[in-house]
Design a protein around this ligand. Structure first.
Ligand code: ARG
Length: 462
Protein backbone atom coordinates (compact mmCIF):
# COMPACT_ATOMS: atom_id res chain seq x y z
CA UNK A 1 0.00 0.00 0.00
CA UNK A 2 1.67 3.17 -1.15
CA UNK A 3 -0.55 5.62 0.68
CA UNK A 4 -1.63 8.61 -1.32
CA UNK A 5 1.65 10.36 -1.76
CA UNK A 6 1.91 13.17 -4.28
CA UNK A 7 4.12 10.93 -6.42
CA UNK A 8 2.63 7.45 -5.79
CA UNK A 9 1.51 6.68 -9.34
CA UNK A 10 4.48 4.62 -10.53
CA UNK A 11 5.11 3.00 -7.12
CA UNK A 12 3.66 -0.17 -5.67
CA UNK A 13 5.09 0.09 -2.14
CA UNK A 14 5.37 2.90 0.39
CA UNK A 15 8.82 4.11 1.46
CA UNK A 16 10.52 2.18 4.26
CA UNK A 17 10.00 3.78 7.65
CA UNK A 18 13.70 4.61 7.88
CA UNK A 19 13.69 6.20 4.43
CA UNK A 20 10.69 8.32 5.37
CA UNK A 21 12.29 9.28 8.68
CA UNK A 22 15.41 10.42 6.84
CA UNK A 23 13.59 12.20 4.04
CA UNK A 24 10.84 13.99 5.92
CA UNK A 25 11.48 17.69 6.36
CA UNK A 26 8.13 18.58 7.85
CA UNK A 27 9.50 19.11 11.35
CA UNK A 28 11.46 22.14 10.14
CA UNK A 29 9.88 23.25 6.86
CA UNK A 30 6.47 23.57 8.53
CA UNK A 31 7.79 27.03 9.33
CA UNK A 32 7.36 27.85 5.64
CA UNK A 33 3.62 27.07 5.77
CA UNK A 34 2.32 30.61 5.44
CA UNK A 35 4.72 31.33 2.56
CA UNK A 36 3.65 28.08 0.91
CA UNK A 37 0.01 29.16 1.12
CA UNK A 38 0.89 32.60 -0.25
CA UNK A 39 2.86 31.12 -3.16
CA UNK A 40 0.13 28.56 -3.82
CA UNK A 41 -2.53 31.26 -4.01
CA UNK A 42 -0.42 33.18 -6.53
CA UNK A 43 -0.10 29.95 -8.52
CA UNK A 44 -3.88 29.43 -8.43
CA UNK A 45 -4.30 32.89 -9.94
CA UNK A 46 -1.74 32.02 -12.65
CA UNK A 47 -3.78 28.91 -13.50
CA UNK A 48 -6.94 31.00 -13.57
CA UNK A 49 -5.27 33.56 -15.88
CA UNK A 50 -4.67 30.88 -18.52
CA UNK A 51 -8.15 29.42 -18.13
CA UNK A 52 -7.13 26.18 -16.40
CA UNK A 53 -9.27 27.11 -13.41
CA UNK A 54 -12.64 28.83 -13.45
CA UNK A 55 -13.00 31.94 -11.30
CA UNK A 56 -15.21 29.95 -8.95
CA UNK A 57 -12.77 27.04 -8.66
CA UNK A 58 -9.90 29.46 -8.08
CA UNK A 59 -11.87 31.04 -5.24
CA UNK A 60 -12.56 27.68 -3.64
CA UNK A 61 -8.90 26.72 -3.87
CA UNK A 62 -7.80 30.02 -2.39
CA UNK A 63 -10.25 29.65 0.49
CA UNK A 64 -9.13 26.08 1.17
CA UNK A 65 -5.47 27.12 1.06
CA UNK A 66 -6.10 29.97 3.48
CA UNK A 67 -8.03 27.65 5.74
CA UNK A 68 -5.26 25.05 5.77
CA UNK A 69 -2.79 27.85 6.48
CA UNK A 70 -4.78 28.94 9.52
CA UNK A 71 -5.07 25.40 10.80
CA UNK A 72 -1.31 24.93 10.57
CA UNK A 73 -0.67 28.30 12.25
CA UNK A 74 -2.95 27.32 15.09
CA UNK A 75 -1.46 23.82 15.35
CA UNK A 76 -4.80 22.27 14.45
CA UNK A 77 -3.93 20.55 11.17
CA UNK A 78 -3.37 16.85 11.58
CA UNK A 79 -0.37 15.64 9.58
CA UNK A 80 -0.03 12.04 8.48
CA UNK A 81 2.60 9.69 7.11
CA UNK A 82 1.97 10.83 3.54
CA UNK A 83 3.20 14.31 4.39
CA UNK A 84 6.89 14.33 3.64
CA UNK A 85 7.22 18.09 3.65
CA UNK A 86 5.10 21.18 4.15
CA UNK A 87 4.38 21.46 0.42
CA UNK A 88 2.95 17.97 0.07
CA UNK A 89 1.10 18.35 3.39
CA UNK A 90 -0.66 21.52 2.26
CA UNK A 91 -1.56 20.09 -1.13
CA UNK A 92 -2.84 16.91 0.56
CA UNK A 93 -4.92 18.88 3.09
CA UNK A 94 -6.44 21.01 0.32
CA UNK A 95 -7.24 17.88 -1.67
CA UNK A 96 -8.81 16.22 1.40
CA UNK A 97 -11.16 19.22 1.50
CA UNK A 98 -11.86 19.74 -2.20
CA UNK A 99 -11.28 16.34 -3.81
CA UNK A 100 -10.94 16.58 -7.60
CA UNK A 101 -10.43 20.35 -7.48
CA UNK A 102 -7.47 20.02 -5.08
CA UNK A 103 -5.89 17.68 -7.59
CA UNK A 104 -5.70 20.59 -10.07
CA UNK A 105 -3.51 22.74 -7.82
CA UNK A 106 -0.08 21.40 -8.73
CA UNK A 107 -0.39 21.85 -12.53
CA UNK A 108 2.68 23.61 -13.96
CA UNK A 109 4.56 23.76 -10.69
CA UNK A 110 6.92 21.49 -8.78
CA UNK A 111 8.09 21.38 -5.22
CA UNK A 112 11.42 22.35 -6.77
CA UNK A 113 10.25 25.86 -7.70
CA UNK A 114 7.84 26.03 -4.77
CA UNK A 115 10.35 25.31 -2.00
CA UNK A 116 12.77 28.00 -3.04
CA UNK A 117 9.94 30.48 -3.60
CA UNK A 118 8.74 29.83 -0.05
CA UNK A 119 12.23 30.06 1.37
CA UNK A 120 12.96 33.36 -0.42
CA UNK A 121 9.74 34.84 0.97
CA UNK A 122 10.60 33.61 4.46
CA UNK A 123 14.18 34.84 4.31
CA UNK A 124 13.22 38.25 2.95
CA UNK A 125 10.93 38.75 5.96
CA UNK A 126 13.65 37.51 8.32
CA UNK A 127 16.13 39.84 6.59
CA UNK A 128 13.82 42.79 7.25
CA UNK A 129 13.54 41.86 10.94
CA UNK A 130 17.33 41.59 11.17
CA UNK A 131 17.73 44.94 9.40
CA UNK A 132 15.35 46.51 11.90
CA UNK A 133 17.28 45.07 14.85
CA UNK A 134 20.59 46.18 13.35
CA UNK A 135 19.32 49.73 12.89
CA UNK A 136 18.25 49.64 16.56
CA UNK A 137 21.68 48.51 17.73
CA UNK A 138 23.46 51.16 15.65
CA UNK A 139 21.14 53.84 17.05
CA UNK A 140 21.99 52.85 20.62
CA UNK A 141 25.70 53.02 19.82
CA UNK A 142 25.33 56.42 18.17
CA UNK A 143 23.37 57.78 21.16
CA UNK A 144 26.07 56.66 23.58
CA UNK A 145 28.73 58.05 21.25
CA UNK A 146 27.05 61.45 21.23
CA UNK A 147 26.97 61.44 25.03
CA UNK A 148 30.65 60.49 25.20
CA UNK A 149 32.07 62.34 22.20
CA UNK A 150 34.72 63.99 24.37
CA UNK A 151 35.42 61.33 27.01
CA UNK A 152 38.96 60.00 26.69
CA UNK A 153 39.75 56.31 26.60
CA UNK A 154 43.04 54.53 25.92
CA UNK A 155 42.91 53.29 22.33
CA UNK A 156 44.40 49.79 22.15
CA UNK A 157 46.50 47.90 19.65
CA UNK A 158 47.54 44.33 20.41
CA UNK A 159 45.31 44.72 23.48
CA UNK A 160 47.79 47.23 24.95
CA UNK A 161 47.59 50.99 25.41
CA UNK A 162 48.33 52.74 22.10
CA UNK A 163 47.01 56.31 21.74
CA UNK A 164 44.17 58.19 23.41
CA UNK A 165 40.82 58.07 21.64
CA UNK A 166 37.35 58.94 22.85
CA UNK A 167 34.65 56.56 23.96
CA UNK A 168 32.47 58.04 21.22
CA UNK A 169 35.15 57.30 18.62
CA UNK A 170 35.40 53.68 19.73
CA UNK A 171 31.64 53.10 19.86
CA UNK A 172 31.23 54.55 16.37
CA UNK A 173 33.86 52.13 15.10
CA UNK A 174 31.46 49.34 16.08
CA UNK A 175 28.58 51.25 14.52
CA UNK A 176 30.52 51.66 11.26
CA UNK A 177 30.91 47.93 10.78
CA UNK A 178 27.26 47.33 11.55
CA UNK A 179 26.30 50.03 9.03
CA UNK A 180 28.12 48.06 6.33
CA UNK A 181 26.20 44.98 7.45
CA UNK A 182 23.00 46.89 6.83
CA UNK A 183 24.17 47.72 3.32
CA UNK A 184 25.08 44.08 2.77
CA UNK A 185 21.60 43.00 3.95
CA UNK A 186 19.99 45.49 1.58
CA UNK A 187 22.14 44.33 -1.34
CA UNK A 188 21.31 40.72 -0.56
CA UNK A 189 17.62 41.49 -0.28
CA UNK A 190 17.47 43.16 -3.69
CA UNK A 191 19.09 40.08 -5.27
CA UNK A 192 16.87 37.73 -3.23
CA UNK A 193 13.78 39.42 -4.60
CA UNK A 194 13.51 37.04 -7.59
CA UNK A 195 10.55 34.70 -7.90
CA UNK A 196 11.34 31.12 -8.98
CA UNK A 197 7.68 30.17 -9.36
CA UNK A 198 6.86 28.97 -12.87
CA UNK A 199 10.27 27.33 -13.31
CA UNK A 200 8.54 24.02 -12.52
CA UNK A 201 10.77 21.04 -11.87
CA UNK A 202 13.54 22.39 -14.12
CA UNK A 203 12.15 23.44 -17.50
CA UNK A 204 8.99 25.55 -16.95
CA UNK A 205 5.78 24.04 -18.31
CA UNK A 206 3.67 23.79 -21.42
CA UNK A 207 0.76 25.59 -19.74
CA UNK A 208 1.61 29.17 -20.72
CA UNK A 209 1.83 30.48 -17.14
CA UNK A 210 3.19 34.01 -16.67
CA UNK A 211 6.03 34.03 -14.09
CA UNK A 212 6.26 37.85 -14.17
CA UNK A 213 2.67 38.20 -13.08
CA UNK A 214 3.21 35.61 -10.32
CA UNK A 215 6.35 37.45 -9.19
CA UNK A 216 4.42 40.73 -8.99
CA UNK A 217 1.60 39.10 -7.04
CA UNK A 218 4.09 37.83 -4.49
CA UNK A 219 5.82 41.19 -4.17
CA UNK A 220 9.07 40.05 -5.79
CA UNK A 221 10.96 42.59 -7.88
CA UNK A 222 11.31 40.18 -10.78
CA UNK A 223 10.81 36.61 -11.98
CA UNK A 224 13.61 34.12 -12.68
CA UNK A 225 15.64 34.61 -15.85
CA UNK A 226 16.55 30.93 -16.22
CA UNK A 227 14.45 28.07 -14.91
CA UNK A 228 17.40 25.72 -14.28
CA UNK A 229 19.12 28.41 -12.23
CA UNK A 230 15.85 29.15 -10.44
CA UNK A 231 15.49 25.63 -9.02
CA UNK A 232 19.17 24.70 -8.68
CA UNK A 233 20.94 27.58 -7.09
CA UNK A 234 21.00 28.38 -3.41
CA UNK A 235 23.34 31.35 -3.56
CA UNK A 236 20.47 33.31 -2.04
CA UNK A 237 20.78 31.11 1.06
CA UNK A 238 24.56 31.06 1.02
CA UNK A 239 24.80 34.84 0.65
CA UNK A 240 22.27 35.39 3.44
CA UNK A 241 24.45 33.21 5.66
CA UNK A 242 27.61 35.03 4.61
CA UNK A 243 26.04 38.38 5.47
CA UNK A 244 24.68 36.91 8.72
CA UNK A 245 28.10 35.51 9.61
CA UNK A 246 29.78 38.89 9.07
CA UNK A 247 27.09 40.67 11.07
CA UNK A 248 27.43 38.09 13.85
CA UNK A 249 31.19 38.64 13.80
CA UNK A 250 30.69 42.35 14.36
CA UNK A 251 28.25 41.63 17.18
CA UNK A 252 30.77 39.20 18.67
CA UNK A 253 33.54 41.80 18.65
CA UNK A 254 31.27 44.38 20.26
CA UNK A 255 30.43 41.80 22.94
CA UNK A 256 34.15 41.12 23.41
CA UNK A 257 34.82 44.82 24.09
CA UNK A 258 31.91 44.94 26.53
CA UNK A 259 33.30 41.89 28.30
CA UNK A 260 36.75 43.43 28.60
CA UNK A 261 35.49 46.84 29.68
CA UNK A 262 33.16 45.37 32.30
CA UNK A 263 35.85 43.07 33.70
CA UNK A 264 35.99 44.38 37.29
CA UNK A 265 39.80 44.34 37.18
CA UNK A 266 39.56 47.02 34.48
CA UNK A 267 36.32 48.61 35.64
CA UNK A 268 35.56 50.81 32.63
CA UNK A 269 31.89 49.85 32.50
CA UNK A 270 29.24 47.88 34.30
CA UNK A 271 26.51 45.74 32.79
CA UNK A 272 23.00 46.21 34.07
CA UNK A 273 21.70 43.44 36.31
CA UNK A 274 19.00 42.67 33.76
CA UNK A 275 21.76 41.53 31.37
CA UNK A 276 23.83 39.68 33.99
CA UNK A 277 23.39 36.38 35.76
CA UNK A 278 24.41 34.96 39.11
CA UNK A 279 26.34 31.84 39.99
CA UNK A 280 24.61 28.75 41.39
CA UNK A 281 27.47 28.30 43.89
CA UNK A 282 29.36 31.55 44.37
CA UNK A 283 27.11 34.13 45.96
CA UNK A 284 29.21 37.14 44.94
CA UNK A 285 29.14 36.54 41.19
CA UNK A 286 27.55 38.75 38.56
CA UNK A 287 28.35 37.14 35.28
CA UNK A 288 28.11 38.71 31.82
CA UNK A 289 26.35 35.78 30.09
CA UNK A 290 24.42 37.87 27.57
CA UNK A 291 27.63 39.32 26.17
CA UNK A 292 29.39 35.96 26.31
CA UNK A 293 26.62 34.30 24.31
CA UNK A 294 26.54 37.19 21.84
CA UNK A 295 30.27 36.59 21.40
CA UNK A 296 29.82 32.84 21.01
CA UNK A 297 26.87 32.73 18.61
CA UNK A 298 29.02 34.04 15.77
CA UNK A 299 30.74 30.65 15.71
CA UNK A 300 27.43 28.92 15.23
CA UNK A 301 26.38 31.18 12.35
CA UNK A 302 29.77 30.78 10.69
CA UNK A 303 29.14 27.03 10.99
CA UNK A 304 25.77 27.42 9.28
CA UNK A 305 27.49 29.24 6.41
CA UNK A 306 30.14 26.53 6.21
CA UNK A 307 27.46 23.81 6.12
CA UNK A 308 25.60 25.33 3.19
CA UNK A 309 28.80 26.17 1.33
CA UNK A 310 30.05 22.59 1.67
CA UNK A 311 26.62 21.33 0.62
CA UNK A 312 26.65 23.31 -2.62
CA UNK A 313 30.25 22.81 -3.66
CA UNK A 314 30.48 20.33 -6.51
CA UNK A 315 26.72 19.84 -6.72
CA UNK A 316 25.69 19.66 -10.40
CA UNK A 317 22.76 21.81 -11.52
CA UNK A 318 19.18 20.65 -11.29
CA UNK A 319 17.33 20.06 -8.04
CA UNK A 320 18.86 17.44 -5.72
CA UNK A 321 17.39 16.35 -2.41
CA UNK A 322 20.70 17.53 -0.96
CA UNK A 323 19.22 21.02 -1.24
CA UNK A 324 16.73 20.19 1.49
CA UNK A 325 19.70 20.48 3.85
CA UNK A 326 19.88 24.25 3.30
CA UNK A 327 16.92 24.94 5.55
CA UNK A 328 18.00 23.98 9.06
CA UNK A 329 21.22 26.05 8.92
CA UNK A 330 19.58 29.12 7.43
CA UNK A 331 16.60 29.03 9.79
CA UNK A 332 19.03 28.55 12.65
CA UNK A 333 21.15 31.54 11.61
CA UNK A 334 18.12 33.82 11.27
CA UNK A 335 16.68 32.62 14.60
CA UNK A 336 20.02 33.08 16.32
CA UNK A 337 20.44 36.64 15.06
CA UNK A 338 16.88 37.48 16.01
CA UNK A 339 17.69 36.36 19.55
CA UNK A 340 21.18 37.83 19.83
CA UNK A 341 20.53 41.30 18.43
CA UNK A 342 17.78 42.41 20.85
CA UNK A 343 19.68 40.97 23.83
CA UNK A 344 22.96 42.66 23.00
CA UNK A 345 21.18 45.89 22.09
CA UNK A 346 19.58 45.85 25.55
CA UNK A 347 22.92 45.18 27.21
CA UNK A 348 24.54 48.08 25.33
CA UNK A 349 21.60 50.40 25.97
CA UNK A 350 21.78 49.84 29.73
CA UNK A 351 25.56 49.59 30.22
CA UNK A 352 27.03 52.23 32.56
CA UNK A 353 30.37 53.58 31.43
CA UNK A 354 32.82 54.69 34.11
CA UNK A 355 34.32 57.61 32.25
CA UNK A 356 36.44 58.58 35.26
CA UNK A 357 38.11 55.16 35.25
CA UNK A 358 38.70 55.48 31.50
CA UNK A 359 40.20 58.94 32.00
CA UNK A 360 42.38 57.63 34.85
CA UNK A 361 43.68 54.92 32.52
CA UNK A 362 44.79 57.70 30.16
CA UNK A 363 47.46 58.61 32.69
CA UNK A 364 49.60 55.90 31.09
CA UNK A 365 52.41 58.00 29.61
CA UNK A 366 53.04 55.60 26.78
CA UNK A 367 49.81 56.86 25.21
CA UNK A 368 51.58 60.16 24.41
CA UNK A 369 54.83 58.80 22.99
CA UNK A 370 53.61 59.09 19.42
CA UNK A 371 52.49 62.68 20.01
CA UNK A 372 56.02 63.47 21.29
CA UNK A 373 57.63 61.92 18.23
CA UNK A 374 55.23 63.90 16.01
CA UNK A 375 56.13 67.10 17.90
CA UNK A 376 59.75 66.48 16.89
CA UNK A 377 58.63 65.86 13.30
CA UNK A 378 56.81 69.21 13.32
CA UNK A 379 60.09 70.88 14.32
CA UNK A 380 61.82 69.29 11.32
CA UNK A 381 63.20 66.00 12.66
CA UNK A 382 62.78 63.02 10.27
CA UNK A 383 60.21 60.61 11.71
CA UNK A 384 62.58 57.63 12.06
CA UNK A 385 64.97 59.81 14.04
CA UNK A 386 62.08 61.22 16.15
CA UNK A 387 60.84 57.68 16.85
CA UNK A 388 64.33 56.55 17.88
CA UNK A 389 64.88 59.61 20.07
CA UNK A 390 61.53 59.22 21.85
CA UNK A 391 62.12 55.51 22.34
CA UNK A 392 65.56 56.21 23.81
CA UNK A 393 64.08 58.80 26.18
CA UNK A 394 61.47 56.31 27.43
CA UNK A 395 64.11 53.58 27.76
CA UNK A 396 66.35 55.85 29.84
CA UNK A 397 63.46 56.86 32.07
CA UNK A 398 62.43 53.28 32.62
CA UNK A 399 65.99 52.30 33.51
CA UNK A 400 66.21 54.90 36.23
CA UNK A 401 62.67 54.27 37.46
CA UNK A 402 61.52 57.71 36.40
CA UNK A 403 58.73 58.99 34.18
CA UNK A 404 57.99 61.65 31.56
CA UNK A 405 55.97 63.61 34.11
CA UNK A 406 59.12 64.03 36.22
CA UNK A 407 61.13 65.68 33.45
CA UNK A 408 62.15 69.30 34.06
CA UNK A 409 62.03 72.08 31.49
CA UNK A 410 65.73 71.74 30.62
CA UNK A 411 65.31 68.06 29.88
CA UNK A 412 62.32 68.78 27.66
CA UNK A 413 64.32 71.44 25.86
CA UNK A 414 67.21 69.00 25.43
CA UNK A 415 64.79 66.50 23.97
CA UNK A 416 63.73 69.12 21.46
CA UNK A 417 60.10 69.63 22.57
CA UNK A 418 60.11 72.45 25.15
CA UNK A 419 56.35 72.19 25.66
CA UNK A 420 56.59 68.37 26.07
CA UNK A 421 55.01 68.35 29.54
CA UNK A 422 51.79 69.83 28.17
CA UNK A 423 51.47 67.04 25.63
CA UNK A 424 50.88 64.40 28.31
CA UNK A 425 47.23 65.23 28.46
CA UNK A 426 44.39 63.16 26.99
CA UNK A 427 42.10 66.09 26.16
CA UNK A 428 44.87 67.95 24.42
CA UNK A 429 46.08 64.86 22.58
CA UNK A 430 42.59 64.05 21.36
CA UNK A 431 41.79 67.63 20.36
CA UNK A 432 45.01 67.75 18.36
CA UNK A 433 43.84 64.78 16.27
CA UNK A 434 40.91 66.70 14.83
CA UNK A 435 41.04 65.40 11.26
CA UNK A 436 38.16 63.50 9.66
CA UNK A 437 37.46 60.08 11.11
CA UNK A 438 39.57 60.76 14.18
CA UNK A 439 38.86 60.82 17.93
CA UNK A 440 38.25 64.54 18.54
CA UNK A 441 34.88 65.65 19.81
CA UNK A 442 34.09 67.54 16.60
CA UNK A 443 35.09 64.60 14.46
CA UNK A 444 33.04 62.15 16.54
CA UNK A 445 30.02 64.45 16.33
CA UNK A 446 30.44 64.62 12.58
CA UNK A 447 30.71 60.82 12.37
CA UNK A 448 27.56 60.52 14.49
CA UNK A 449 25.73 62.91 12.17
CA UNK A 450 26.77 60.92 9.10
CA UNK A 451 25.57 57.69 10.69
CA UNK A 452 22.27 59.25 11.76
CA UNK A 453 21.68 60.51 8.21
CA UNK A 454 22.57 57.04 6.92
CA UNK A 455 20.04 55.47 9.32
CA UNK A 456 17.32 58.03 8.63
CA UNK A 457 17.59 57.21 4.91
CA UNK A 458 16.97 53.48 5.47
CA UNK A 459 13.53 52.21 4.50
CA UNK A 460 13.37 49.89 7.51
CA UNK A 461 13.25 51.41 11.00
CA UNK A 462 12.92 49.84 14.46
N1 ARG B 1 11.37 19.15 0.93
C1 ARG B 1 12.07 19.44 -0.30
C2 ARG B 1 13.19 20.44 -0.02
O1 ARG B 1 13.16 21.00 1.01
C3 ARG B 1 11.13 20.06 -1.27
C4 ARG B 1 11.47 19.75 -2.67
C5 ARG B 1 11.31 18.31 -2.94
N2 ARG B 1 11.47 18.06 -4.33
C6 ARG B 1 11.67 16.84 -4.77
N3 ARG B 1 11.78 16.72 -6.06
N4 ARG B 1 11.72 15.83 -3.98
O2 ARG B 1 14.07 20.64 -0.83
Amino acid sequence: MTGDRVWSGRFSTAPAGAAHALGSSLRFDVRLASQDVEASIAHVRALEDVGLLSAEDAKSLEAALADVGHEIAEGRLGFDERDEDVHSAIERAVTDRLGELGARLHAGRSRNDLVITDLRLWLMAAGRAIERETVGLIRVLVEHARGHAGDPLPGMTHGRAAQPVTLGHHLLAHASGLARDLERLEGWSSRASTSPLGAGAIATSTLGLDPDMTAARLGFHRAFANSIDAVSDRDVVQEFLAVAAILATHVSRLAADLLRWTDPSLGWAELDEAYSTGSSMMPHKRNPDTAELARAKAARIAGDFATVTALLQGLPLGYHRDLQEDKEPVLDAADTLERVLPALTGAVRTVRFDTEAMRAACEDEGLYATDLAEALVKSGVPFREAHRRTGALLKGLAERGSALRELGSEEWAAFGVPHGRTLLDPDRSIAARSGPGGPSRASVEHQAEMLEAFLDARPIQP
